[in-house]
Design a protein around this ligand. Structure first.
Ligand code: MG
Length: 384
C-alpha cells in the first residue's frame, strides 16, 4: 500500500486521538499532514511534534498566538480558523480527510474535502444529519468517497462488501441503550449529566455520550444510514443489544442476515476506514464467546427515549427538519452538560424547535446554515 497522507479535522477529540493511535501503530503506512482542534493547544502541540505535522490549525482565534509560540521552532505551519481548514483539506498532498469535528461545525470542511474529490473518513454524523442530501450529492458530483467511521455504519458497510450488489431489505441498527437503559422514567427525569456521561461500553466524547444517553445518537444514526446506504427509514430497525458486540446487521430478501461483530473499540472502524480495503492490526481486545455467554436483544422504549421518535419524524418530514433537530439538540446538550436543564428537557426543546420550524422542502446549503442559526437562537430561548 502506498503511504496515505491523512488530514484530521478534530485531532484532539476522542476520535482524533484514537485515529492517531491507529496511525502510531502503522507509521510505515500513513503520514499525518494536517491536524486541527477547536482550542486544545497543549495536546495539539504534542501531536504536531510527535507526528511531525506540516499544517496545524486552531479554530479558536484566541489560541492562535500561543499555538504559534509553542510551534515556532518546529517545522509546522500554523493556521487559524475554519476557512484555513477548508482550503487545507483540498490540498494535493491530502489523500484521506478524517472528519472528527463535533456537531454542525464539521459541515463546511467536510463539503470542502468532498468538493476536492477526497476520501472522507466520516465520524462527524451531524454533517449528514443536517445536510445529508447536499453532502451526498456533493460526493457524487466530485467523485469523492465517504467511508463511515461510526461503528454501526462501518459494520453495515462491511456487511455490504459481502452482499455482491444484492439489495438490502432491512438494516438492523444496534444500540447499547446507554447508561439509562434499565432506568425508570422517574429516575431518568432527575438524571444528571455526570450520570449520563458514564457510558457502559464505549469510550467517546461528551456530546455523543449524552446523545447516547437520550438515544438521539441512534436517531441520528438512522438518518446517517439513510444517506450513506440509500435505505428509507422504515426499513431501518433499531434494536437494543446491550453488550455492543454486534455493531449492526443487514438483512436480505431471503431472510439471511449478516452481522459484523467485535469488542467495542472505535479504533476498529477507524482502522478499517484508513486502511480500506486492507485490514490493519490495532492491538484491540478480542471476543471470547464462551466468556460472553449470551447476546441480548430488546426493543427501544420510545416513551423513555423520545429523541429516537423525533429523529424518525424529522427524517420523514425531510427538508431542513433534520437540520433543525440537530441544531436544537446541540444547544440542549450543551445546556444539559452545564446542568442548566433536566434530562427530558433535551427532548422537549428538540420537539418544540421541530414544531416551530420554518420548513424548507429542498434546502440549499445557505438554507441549512440559516436554519441552524435560527433554531439555535430559539433553542437557547427555551427555558423549560
Ligand atoms: Mg455509533
Amino acid at each position: 500500500m502506498q503511504k496515505r497522507r491523512i488530514a484530521i479535522l478534530g485531532s484532539t477529540g476522542s476520535i482524533g486521538t484514537q485515529t492517531l493511535d491507529v496511525i502510531r501503530q502503522h507509521r510505515d503506512l500513513f503520514e499525518v499532514v494536517m491536524i486541527s482542534a477547536r482550542s486544545s493547544v497543549e495536546l495539539l502541540v504534542k501531536q504536531a511534534l510527535e507526528f511531525d505535522v506540516n499544517n496545524v490549525v486552531i479554530c479558536n482565534e484566541e489560541k492562535y498566538a500561543p499555538l504559534c509560540e509553542a510551534l515556532k521552532d518546529s517545522g509546522s505551519k500554523v493556521w487559524e480558523g475554519v476557512d484555513s481548514l477548508c482550503s487545507l483539506v483540498k490540498s494535493d498532498d491530502v489523500d484521506i480527510v478524517v472528519g472528527a469535528m463535533v456537531g454542525f461545525s464539521g459541515l463546511r470542511p467536510t463539503i470542502a474535502a468532498l468538493e476536492a474529490g477526497k476520501i472522507v473518513a466520516l465520524a462527524n454524523k451531524e454533517t449528514l444529519v443536517a445536510a445529508g442530501s447536499i453532502v451526498t450529492e456533493t460526493m457524487r458530483r466530485h467523485k469523492a468517497l465517504i467511508l463511515p467511521v461510526d461503528s454501526e455504519h462501518s459494520a453495515i458497510f462491511q456487511c455490504l462488501l459481502a452482499a455482491q450488489g444484492n439489495e438490502i431489505e432491512k438494516i438492523h441498527l444496534t444500540a447499547s441503550g446507554g447508561p439509562f437503559r434499565t432506568w425508570s422514567r422517574e429516575q431518568m427525569a432527575s438524571a444528571t449529566a455526570a450520570q449520563a456521561l458514564k457510558h457502559p461500553n464505549w469510550n467517546m466524547g461528551a456530546k455523543v455520550t449524552i446523545d447516547s444517553a437520550t438515544m438521539m445518537n441512534k436517531g441520528f444514526e438512522v438518518i446517517e444510514a439513510k444517506w450513506l446506504f440509500d435505505v428509507e427509514p422504515d426499513r431501518i430497525n433499531v434494536v437494543i443489544q446491550p453488550e455492543s458486540i454486534i455493531h449492526s446487521m443487514v438483512e436480505f430478501v431471503d431472510g439471511a442476515i449478516m452481522a459484523q461483530m467485535g469488542c467495542p473499540d472505535m479504533r476498529e472502524p477507524i482502522g478499517f476506514a484508513l486502511g480500506f480495503p486492507a485490514r490493519l492490526s490495532i492491538g484491540n481486545k478480542r471476543i471470547n464467546f464462551a466468556e460472553l455467554g449470551s447476546i441480548n436483544f430488546s426493543e427501544p422504549d420510545l416513551n423513555r427515549f423520545p429523541c429516537l421518535r423525533l429523529a424518525y419524524e424529522a427524517i420523514e418530514r425531510g427538508g431542513n427538519a433534520p437540520c433543525a433537530l440537530n441544531a436544537a439538540n446541540e444547544v440542549a446538550v450543551a445546556k444539559y452538560l452545564r446542568d442548566e436543564i433536566s434530562y427530558f428537557d433535551i427532548a422537549a426543546i428538540n420537539e418544540k424547535c421541530l414544531k416551530g420550524l420554518n420548513f424548507v422542502a429542498n434546502p440549499s446549503l445557505e438554507d441549512i446554515f440559516e436554519t441552524n442559526k435560527e433554531i439555535a437562537v430559539i433553542a437557547d430561548g427555551c427555558v423549560d
